[in-house]
Write a protein that binds this ligand. Structure first.
Ligand code: B1M
Length: 208
């Protein structure tokens, strides 16, 4: 089994203690950080399919997610830039009712490396908390809202609506697996990105 296959297998199996070492071994073997990250994202896709088919259940999904997060910790310094110039503050969070944070954490990492100061509100963030956090922090230019469930897409809509209704001068970017560019436009978001790398590019465009 190649190093990258080993990483994938151990993420799928939720081996949190083994994944960081294997990720480091893959790096030492010359595999690019982005390739290792993509392998782990693919593993989560497999985990999701196994969940859908009833082969595994929520606890297994959770431990696989923890294993991936441990692997991402090893990659983080290599994926993130130095973020030397500040483009302002970005408030980020996963919307109300939604506990998925791996994608949001990747987006946070990439936006930070693009040059934003990031205030990460975590998961299950009510619309009004986004608004209050913009008010409580200096120089907020961007709000990034993540949603992973079809059932929490309305919470994305509520978050965007509350931010826009507040009259605060910030741009809003949304994303997450079920979100489409059409939905983002429909709910009045200023931007959409399908993945973390694109989110960072789009974030910079929005505040330029
Ligand atoms: Co959940 N879950 N889950 N889960 N889970 C999904 C999303 C699901 C597709 C699995 C499936 O059925 N195949 C399904 C959703 C179905 C749907 O709504 N259509 C699902 C379900 C049903 C559920 C529960 C309802 C299960 C239950 O309880 N019966 C439950 C809901 C809990 C809740 O949130 N209230 C639940 C719970 C969980 C865990 C807590 C166990 C765990 C999350 C742990 C954690 O995040 N710390 C979990 C996991 C791990 C998954 C899967 C397997 C993996 C998610 C993930 O981390 N992917 C997932 C299946 C899948 O994704 N294929 C699944 C890797 C990550 C890098 O990708 O988050 O998509 P992703 O992020 C991407 C892009 O979407 C984008 O960038 C990232 C890549 O660069 N992106 C943005 C994300 N946010 C963005 C924001 C942006 C821009 C881009 O701008 C702001």
């Amino acid at each position: 089994m190649s190093k990258i296959e080993e990483v994938k297998a151990k993420v799928e199996a939720g081996k949190s203690k083994l994944v960081p070492g294997l990720v480091q071994e893959a790096l030492d073997a010359g595999i690019a950080p982005g390739e290792i990250l993509q392998a782990m994202v693919d593993s989560m896709g497999v985990v999701g399919e196994k969940f859908s088919s009833g082969e595994i259940f929520v606890p297994e999904m959770l431990i696989a997610a923890k294993a991936m997060s441990k692997g991402v910790d090893v990659l983080k310094p290599l994926l993130a830039g130095d973020g030397a110039t500040s483009l302002g503050t970005c408030v980020i969070g996963t919307v109300a009712g939604d506990l998925h944070d791996i994608g949001k954490n990747l987006v946070s990492m990439m936006i930070e490396s693009a040059g934003f100061d990031v205030v990460d509100l975590g998961v299950d963030v009510p619309a009004e908390t986004f608004v209050q956090t913009i008010k409580d922090n200096d120089n907020v230019k961007l709000v990034a809202c993540s949603g992973l469930l079809t059932s929490t897409m309305p919470a994305l809509r509520e978050a965007v609506a509350a931010i826009k209704a507040s009259g605060l001068d910030v741009k809003v970017i949304v994303g997450g697996a079920p979100v489409t560019p059409e939905y983002a436009a429909e709910i009045g978001a200023d931007g959409f990105a399908p993945d973390a790398g694109t989110a960072a590019v789009k974030a910079k465009e929005l505040v330029a």
